[in-house]
Design a binder for this molecule. Structure first.
Ligand SMILES: Cc1cc2nc3c(=O)[nH]c(=O)nc-3n(C[C@H](O)[C@H](O)[C@H](O)COP(=O)(O)O)c2cc1C
Length: 408
């Protein structure tokens, strides 16, 4: 058989001139991240690198995961009606949250056990946020302490998230430490009075921190890099929990299910800065939050990890904005995976959006550079969305509001 020559008369040098060779990236993390073009790519990269129980702990939701799916659908079902020829050579992404300017309408929400995803943990995420001038929220269930994080990112805009504990002395202590370390905002989570039932964690027999059991030993062969990193770094512990409760259920049983609006009013008197409640899911509760002394709220269903079949928070933003008026700060999370989702949030009336999994996927895929990649992707997607919508600024989109959507 005669094999035809594809380019019979070309020399190798001429072919090389035609093909633009990409320089070979020798750093494995950079190579991996450069192949990630959206948040879903980061998720897939993380899934390949991280043991299944840990990946599922991040990725999963509660019960039947109805809420998890609904959160994405609520963002993706909206359709835009763009404005043509608006002169969008430059766009201004500035936003205002709780009386302070932000370069971009986004913040990194609290996530527990973050060093389990990558040893860089909370510090990696906070550094990446700080580089872009965005707030980072440290969880009560963090694996880095309030003070250690502040020392690692001295000038950063840090917020502290409180799960109200049965131990009222501990609540007071944590709030005081956060204030003394210059955390600007206290975020009290109200949707976790009892732990959500995470079905995947039950199936996987998740142990926190991941332990070298017979089951996980088998996983070492499949994910050696993860285990090498874990073994080379300090053991993962809850930084704020006395006695260092070792399991999720053990630590969550420290939370106080009897909290009421009076608890919020009490905490308000202890906290000198701005205060937000994370997790109210109705206009009535949003109003109540403001009456109890909150300066704003985060509409959230905990990313579908608590009450399954809870309403998607994005579907409440417009109603809550009407209930609270223009002054209160309204943030929204649960399901944000694309810059266009942030545009949807602003058009509905939110001041900014918050992310959980989107930055954890980046962290799992590549540590601090992975979180950088998450933020770079969301930023470029948001800017491109504004330009294609014909909006010159985030403010303009907020002002146009829901008119930007096609109404069914
Ligand atoms: C692994 C993980 C841990 C979380 N830990 C906390 C926490 O400690 N405190 C809290 O208030 N919310 C916690 N959340 C909820 C997030 O702050 C946020 O509400 C949620 O992730 C938003 O949904 P998204 O992941 O779809 O962006 C956690 C979420 C995940 C995925």
């Amino acid at each position: 058989m005669v094999v035809p020559r594809i380019v019979p008369s070309m020399k190798i040098g001429e072919i090389r001139d035609l093909i633009r060779m990409k320089p070979l990236e020798l750093d494995a993390t950079r190579r991996r991240l450069s192949a990630c073009h959206d948040i879903d790519d980061l998720r897939s990269a993380g899934r390949r690198l991280i043991p299944r129980p840990v990946f599922d702990y991040v990725d999963g939701g509660s019960e039947e995961e109805v809420c998890l799916a609904t959160n994405r659908d609520a963002f993706q079902r909206r359709r835009f009606r763009p404005r043509a020829l608006a002169g969008v050579a430059t766009v201004d992404t500035a936003a205002r949250v709780l009386g302070e300017g932000l370069p971009f309408p986004l913040l990194l929400g609290p996530t527990g056990y973050t060093r389990m995803m990558h040893p860089g943990g909370e510090i990696a995420a906070a550094r990446a946020a700080h580089r872009r001038g965005l707030p980072y929220t440290l969880s009560t269930m963090a694996t880095t302490s309030i003070e250690d994080l502040r020392r690692a990112v001295p000038g950063a805009e840090l917020w502290f998230q409180l799960y109200v504990m049965r131990d009222t002395g501990l609540n007071k202590e944590l709030v005081t430490r956060a204030a003394e370390s210059g955390y600007r905002v206290l975020m009290i989570t109200v949707d976790t009075v009892v732990p959500g039932h995470r079905t995947r964690d039950e199936h996987n027999g998740l142990v926190i921190p991941p332990a070298l059991t017979a089951g996980t030993l088998a996983g070492i062969a499949v994910r050696p890099g993860y285990w090498m990193r874990m073994l080379r770094n300090p053991a993962i512990e809850f930084a704020h929990i006395p006695g260092k409760a070792k399991t999720i259920s053990g630590s969550i049983s420290l939370f106080d299910p009897s909290i009421t609006w009076d608890t919020v009013a009490d905490l308000r008197t202890l906290w000198p800065g701005k205060l937000v409640l994370k997790g109210p899911l109705s206009p009535a509760d949003a109003r109540r939050a403001i009456s109890a002394g909150a300066d704003g709220i985060v509409l959230s269903n905990h990313g579908g990890r608590q009450l399954d079949r809870a309403v998607a928070p994005i579907d409440l933003v417009a109603e809550v904005r009407s209930a609270l008026g223009p002054e209160a700060s309204i943030l929204v999370d649960s399901g944000i995976r694309h810059g266009a989702d942030i545009a949807v949030a602003l058009a509905c009336g939110a001041d900014a959006a918050a992310i959980g999994r989107a930055y954890l996927y980046g962290l799992m895929a590549g540590g601090e550079p992975g979180v950088d990649k998450t933020l770079a992707l969301l930023t470029s997607q948001f800017i491109r969305t504004l330009q294609l919508l014909g909006m010159r600024s985030a403010d303009e989109l907020r002002a146009v509001g829901q008119d930007i959507f096609q109404h069914p």
